[in-house]
Design a protein around this ligand. Structure first.
Ligand code: WT7
Length: 655
C-alpha cells in the first residue's frame, strides 16, 4: 500500500461561509460539535441510536432493547421488541400530514417527460399494488425479485413489498439473464416484477425478453408482473405473466401495512465478493431505515422543502438508500433520474438540477470524470444556485475530479461530501458533514456518528493507534444499518466479515489515516474490482470466461482507468484446436454471463498463466506486467515455471 500521500500537502477546504450563515443553519455547524456527538455516539451507542430511532421513525410497538448481540456470534439485533412498517414510515405518515407534497420527481429518459408523484398518490399506488401482490399470493417473508428500469413504478414495487413484509430482491436491470436467473434461484423468488422494456440514453433495453430467458431455468416462478413502460409488443406468457395496469385496476387503494418486527428482513441485495458466487446481503427493517434516514439528514444536511437528487440506479444499494428509503423516510422529495449524464447532451444533469431546483446532488466519480472532459461550458449555462451539498460515492475520487466538482458544479459555495460506504454497511459510514468538516480532496474525512472506525494491521490484526496509520478498515461496534447475514449462508457472512479479525467488522478496504486524522480509502484489498462504481470479483469474470467452450483457463485483474477508476483485463489460455478463437467472442461471453458493464476492456490470449506450484494464479504478476512494471515483479521463486514470465511479457506487449 502506498504511503505517498502522507508527504503531500493537501489543500484544506474550509466549510463554505455561506452555508453557515443560512437560515436554517446546518444540523451540525462546527467541527467541535461533530467531534462531541461522534464521541458520545461511540461511547454510548444505545442512548444515541435509541433517541434517534424515536425521533426519526414511527413505531407500532416501542422497542425496549436498543442493541443486543455482537460481532463474536454474528447475532446483532437493534430495537428487538420494536414493531413497525417501512412503507408506513416512508409513505403513510407523510401522506396523512401532507398529501400534496411531492414525493418523487420522475425525470424520464427523454427530456420534457417528467412527472411528479405526491405522497397521497404514492400511498394509493403502493396500496393498490400491494393488494395486487397479495391477490396473487405474496405473503410476509416471501422473496420478490424486482428487475425494473428507473420508473416510479419501481419505487412503488419496493414499497408494496415492504408493506406486506415481503423481502424484495432487486436485480440491477443491466445484469444479464444468467445473472438474473442465479439471483432468482438463490433467493427462491416465486414472484418477479418487471417491465416490457426500459429506456436509457435513447436506447431500448429488452427487459421482459431478458426476464423470459432467465425464467427458462426457474420452474418455481409463479407470477411475473409486467409494467408497461414503452408499450412495444413483448412476449407474454399467460397465466404466468400479468399486466401491472390491468391488475392495478382491480384493487382498491387501501391496504393496511403488515406489522413487522424491527429485525424482520426488509430486502436482499446481491453483491460480489472474492468468490464467483455473489452474496445475497440481508438488511433488516428498523436499523436499515434508521441508518438511511439519519445519514440523509446529517450527511446531506436535509432540511424541509429540499429537493434531493441521487443519480444512482435503484438496482444498487445507493439507489435503495438514497433514492428511496432515506429521503422518503424523512418525508422529502426525491428525484428519480432515468437517463444518463450525457443524454441527449453533457448538460443533462445540470438541466435537471436547474429545472427541479435540486438542493442535494449525489453522483459517482466516474460520471464526474466523464463530464469534466466536456469542460465547464455545459455546466456554466445552467443556474445551479439551488445546490447546497454535492456528493460523491462508489470509488475513490481523484483530487482533480474533486476540485472540478467543487469549483465548476459547486462554484465554491457548496459542501462536497465524498461518502464512503458499502452494500454491507447499508448507509454512509465515512464522510464530511456539510456545516462541520473542512475537506481534503480525495479524503472521505471522518467516521459518521456511531461508527467506531479502526485501522488494523492486516498481518497481526492489531489496531494501529498512532494518528498516522496505514492498514485495513474495520469497525469495532455494531451500527444499526449493517447487514445481518448472507441470505441462506450465515457461515459465509461470518467468514467474510466477522471472522477475519476477531471482534471487528472487516470492510475489505485498505485505508490510511494522515497526521490530521483524515481517512483516505485506498480501495479493495481482496479480489474485488470496482468498475465505474460497480463491484465485480475477479472470480466472477473468470467463471464467465470459462463458460466459453474455447477457454482452458482464465485470469482477470483490475487495471487503473482514467474514466472508470478501474477496468477489467483478462488473460485466457485456449483449449487445443481453439487457436482461432476471436477475442470478441470471449468478451461477449462475459457480457452474456454477467452483463455489459462487466465486459473486459482487453482480453489477452496467452500460452500459460503465472501460477504457484500449488496451482494458484498469481494475479500480482499479471497486474505488474500490464502496468509496465516488469522490473519490479517481486519474488517469482514461488512460480511453478519462472521462465514463463518472459514469454508472457512478450505476448502482452504485442497485444
Ligand atoms: C466499495 C463498496 C456504497 C455505495 C456504492 C458502492 C468502494 C465506495 C467509496 C468512496 C473510496 C469507495 C469501496 C467499497 N467505495 N465509496 N467514497 N471512496 N471507495 O457500493 O458496490 O457495495 O461497493 O466501493 O471499495 O468497499 P458497493
Amino acid at each position: 500500500m502506498s504511503t505517498d500521500h502522507l508527504n503531500v500537502e493537501f489543500k484544506l477546504h474550509p466549510v463554505p461561509e455561506c452555508l453557515l450563515s443560512r437560515n436554517p443553519p446546518p444540523h451540525v455547524n462546527s467541527f467541535e460539535q461533530y467531534k462531541k456527538i461522534h464521541e458520545e455516539s461511540v461511547k454510548n451507542p444505545t442512548e444515541f441510536w435509541g433517541k434517534l430511532a424515536n425521533e426519526l421513525l414511527t413505531w407500532h410497538t416501542p422497542f425496549k432493547t436498543v442493541l443486543s448481540g455482537g460481532f463474536e456470534h454474528g447475532d446483532v439485533t437493534w430495537f428487538r421488541e420494536g414493531e413497525l412498517n417501512a412503507s408506513y414510515n416512508c409513505v403513510d405518515r407523510h401522506a396523512i400530514k401532507n398529501p400534496d407534497k411531492v414525493a418523487i420527481i420522475y425525470e424520464a429518459d427523454e427530456p420534457g417527460q417528467d412527472r411528479k408523484i405526491t405522497y397521497g398518490e404514492l400511498l394509493r399506488d403502493v396500496c393498490r399494488f400491494a393488494n395486487v401482490l397479495k391477490a396473487h399470493g405474496v405473503k410476509k417473508g416471501d422473496t420478490v425479485a424486482i428487475y425494473m428500469p428507473m420508473v416510479p413504478e419501481a419505487v412503488v414495487a419496493f414499497l408494496a413489498c415492504a408493506r406486506l413484509g415481503a423481502i424484495h430482491s432487486v436485480v440491477f436491470a443491466g445484469f444479464s439473464s444468467e445473472s438474473l436467473r442465479n439471483r432468482i434461484l438463490d433467493a427462491s423468488s416465486r414472484f418477479i416484477i418487471t417491465a416490457d422494456e426500459g429506456r436509457r440514453g435513447g436506447k431500448t433495453i429488452h427487459t421482459k425478453k431478458i426476464v423470459d430467458e432467465a425464467l427458462l431455468g426457474c420452474p418455481d416462478v409463479e407470477r411475473v408482473f409486467v409494467f408497461r413502460r414503452t408499450g412495444s409488443s413483448v412476449p407474454f406468457c399467460s397465466p404466468r405473466d400479468v399486466w401491472w395496469h390491468e391488475e392495478l385496476d382491480k384493487q382498491r387503494p387501501h391496504c393496511p401495512p403488515e406489522i413487522c418486527n424491527a429485525e424482520d428482513p426488509l430486502f436482499i441485495l446481491y453483491t460480489s465478493g472474492s468468490t464467483g458466487k455473489p452474496k445475497g446481503l440481508l438488511h433488516t427493517t428498523a436499523g436499515y431505515l434508521l441508518g438511511a434516514a439519519t445519514t440523509v439528514k446529517y450527511v446531506f444536511d436535509y432540511q424541509d422543502g429540499d429537493i434531493y437528487g441521487c443519480m444512482a440506479d435503484i438496482g444498487w444499494i445507493t439507489g435503495h438508500t438514497y433514492i428511496i428509503y432515506g429521503p422518503l423516510a424523512l418525508g422529502g422529495t426525491s428525484v428519480l433520474f432515468e437517463s444518463t449524464p450525457v443524454y441527449p447532451s453533457p448538460s443533462r444533469y445540470w438541466e435537471v438540477v436547474a429545472k427541479h431546483k435540486i438542493t442535494q446532488f449525489y453522483t459517482a466519480p466516474t460520471a464526474i470524470r466523464l463530464l469534466r472532459k466536456f469542460g465547464r461550458e455545459p455546466v456554466d449555462c445552467h443556474d445551479l444556485s439551488s445546490l447546497r451539498v454535492i456528493g460523491s460515492v462508489g470509488e475513490p475520487i481523484n483530487p482533480e475530479a474533486w476540485e472540478w466538482y467543487n469549483e465548476v458544479v459547486g462554484r465554491n459555495v457548496c459542501s462536497v461530501v465524498d461518502t464512503y460506504w458499502q452494500t454491507e454497511t447499508g448507509s454512509i459510514i465515512v464522510t464530511p458533514l456539510p456545516g462541520a468538516t473542512a475537506t481534503k480532496p480525495g479524503s472521505a474525512t471522518f467516521p459518521f456518528f456511531g461508527i467506531d472506525l479502526v485501522v488494523l494491521n492486516p498481518e497481526t490484526g492489531e489496531e494501529i493507534k498512532t494518528t498516522e496509520a496505514e492498514g485495513v478498515l474495520a469497525i469495532r461496534k455494531p451500527w444499526p444499518s449493517m447487514t445481518r447475514s448472507v441470505y441462506n449462508d450465515h457461515n459465509r457472512y461470518l467468514d467474510t466479515y466477522l471472522r477475519p479479525f476477531k471482534g471487528y467488522y472487516f470492510s475489505g478496504d485498505g485505508v490510511g489515516r494522515d497526521c490530521n486524522g483524515y481517512y483516505w480509502i485506498r480501495g479493495r484489498v481482496d479480489d474485488v474490482i470496482n468498475v465505474a462504481g460497480h463491484r465485480l470479483s475477479t472470480a466472477e469474470i473468470e467463471s464467465a470466461l470459462i463458460m466459453h467452450n474455447a477457454t482452458a483457463e482464465a485470469a482477470a485483474i483490475g487495471v487503473a482507468s482514467e474514466l472508470k477508476g478501474q477496468c477489467v483485463h483478462a488473460f485466457v489460455t485456449l483449449k487445443p484446436n481453439c487457436e482461432n478463437t476471436d477475442v470478441k467472442d470471449l468478451i461477449l461471453q462475459v457480457r452474456k454471463s454477467i452483463g455489459p458493464f462487466a465486459a473486459p476492456e482487453k482480453v489477452y490470449i496467452v500460452n500459460d498463466l503465472p501460477k504457484t506450484r500449488s496451482g494458484k494464479i498469481m494475479r500480482r504478476v499479471l497486474r505488474k506486467i500490464v502496468d509496465g512494471q516488469t522490473d519490479s515483479l517481486g519474488d517469482l521463486s514461488t512460480l511453478a515455471d519462472p521462465k514463463m514470465v518472459d514469454t508472457l511479457i512478450e505476448t502482452i506487449k504485442k497485444s
